[in-house]
Design a protein around this ligand. Structure first.
Ligand code: NAP
Ligand code: MG
Length: 400
């Protein structure tokens, strides 16, 4: 085991709900605390505490990530009517992910974890494809309407100074549908910055794709701002790091991706990222085999398990069963945060520990010691799937 590794500065630790919370405690207890004198600022984002603090704790946690530079987050329940009744909540609170994203103004990067026994559906893919998804605006903040019959549709902008701009969208021949959407230069610039920072950190070539041949102003603006951020802020650093930036049309990017070996960051507009990250994730087999990090334009980062709280497994655990929930994403959220802390604090021992723990997880999985979600699709299939406790113990053994 050796001596305990010290930390210089704390990490913002955001605890969460249900089975993910159970795994969270186990991972800390069994895999981290035996080796590291863990320093965190702890925020309990479990639904009961969010309710008790009128959700102030979510905003405080977001501010702590910004201040400390590094955060790690467990999956949390997004409250709805059913959860309100289940937990006897005072109110329905917004999703903590939305609250934190608004504070950090970030881009979400999702990367599948590839195992040799689980073949990606696209046979040419050898390296993970990372999706960087812009998480503001477009169709997710659009205004829509149906119209009953013939008439004129216009876009109207009224500046705060009263200046007006108008454009005809369509002369409707009959009943139909209309949609208006927007984005902000500032948010697009932040998105581009986050993508370049991530690509530099991970040493990945970066692709950006849109449809500026058709959407000359809207997608054209995305292309222009992305390119401007590259030219004015990152060109030199990218050249030094040997990182290639490449813009192409979205249909061309899709075709190239399927024939590629992977191993790039694909920066996607909001909707494109929604679709592409699900395609890439499903090709890997399990939602627990995906790392997810939110990177803000100032460089503050939040590592998280991308899956949910695994509600049904939690109910089984409460009934006294031992569910087979995969803790890979939870462990890798912690190793990501510890490695980032080590880099910022210049504490190489901590960084080396994060690397060893990640290595132990990968060796365990590669040896066929895995939970049910993977055991179902692995070849060769393991003799039997491990439960959550056995899996973490198998990782701990390798770590020792
Ligand atoms: P979920 O927790 O992702 O689980 C859905 C199903 O996916 C599970 O029943 C399980 O399938 C499988 N699964 C997910 N994670 C797994 C893991 N680590 N190991 C093995 N299997 C895993 O989604 P949900 O049950 O729809 O949502 C539960 C709660 O999570 C909701 O309240 C939602 O608001 C919240 N949520 C939070 C976040 C976040 O904080 N980032 C994200 C999404 C959802 P089987 O049952 O087939 O084993
Ligand atoms: Mg989606």
């Amino acid at each position: 085991m050796g001596t305990t590794i010290e930390m210089k500065n704390p990490i913002a630790e955001l605890d969460g709900d249900e089975m993910c919370r159970v795994l969270w405690a186990l991972v800390k207890e069994q895999l981290i605390i035996p080796s590291v004198n863990l320093k965190t600022e702890y925020y309990d984002l479990g639904i009961e505490n969010r309710d008790a603090t009128d959700d102030r704790v979510s905003a405080e946690a977001g501010a702590a990530i910004k201040r400390l530079g590094v955060g790690v987050k467990c999956a949390t329940i997004t409250s709805n009517a059913a959860r309100r009744a289940e937990y006897n909540l005072k109110a329905l609170h917004p999703s903590p992910n939305g609250t934190i994203r608004a504070i950090l103004d970030g881009t979400v990067f999702r990367k599948p974890i590839i195992l040799s026994g689980i073949r990606p559906t696209v046979s040419t893919w050898k390296k993970p494809i990372v999706i960087g998804r812009h998480a503001y605006g477009d169709v997710y903040k659009a205004a829509e309407m149906t119209v009953p019959g013939p008439g004129k549709v216009e876009l109207v902008y009224t500046g705060t100074d009263g200046q007006e701009q108008r454009k005809t969208v369509a002369e409707m021949r009959g009943p139909g549908i209309i949609q208006g959407m927007h984005n902000l230069d500032e948010s697009i610039v932040n998105f581009a910055r986050s993508c370049f920072l991530y690509a530099l950190e991970e040493k990945l070539p970066i692709w950006f794709a849109a449809k500026d041949t058709v959407s000359k102003i809207y997608d054209g603006r995305f292309k222009e701002l992305f390119n401007q951020v590259y030219e004015t802020e990152f060109k030199e650093q990218c050249r030094e790091a040997g990182i290639n930036y490449f813009y192409t049309l979205i249909d061309d990017a899709g075709a190239r991706l399927v024939q590629s070996e992977g191993g790039m960051l694909w920066a996607c507009k909001n909707y494109d990222g929604d679709v592409m990250s699900d395609i890439v994730a499903s090709a890997t087999g399990s939602v627990a085999m995906m790392t997810s990090v939110l990177v803000s334009p100032t460089g503050a980062v939040e590592y998280e398990a991308a899956h949910g709280t695994v509600q049904q497994h939690y109910y089984r655990w409460k009934r006294g069963e031992k569910p087979s929930t995969n803790s890979t994403a939870v462990i890798l959220a912690w190793t990501g945060a510890l490695a980032k802390r080590a880099e910022l604090d210049n504490t190489p021992e901590l960084g080396a520990f994060a690397g060893r723990l990640e290595g132990a997880v990968m060796e365990t999985l590669e040896a066929g010691e895995m939970t049910g979600d993977l055991a179902r699709i692995a070849s060769p299939a393991p003799a039997r799937p491990l439960d959550s406790w056995e899996f973490i113990e198998a990782v701990a053994k390798r770590l020792r």
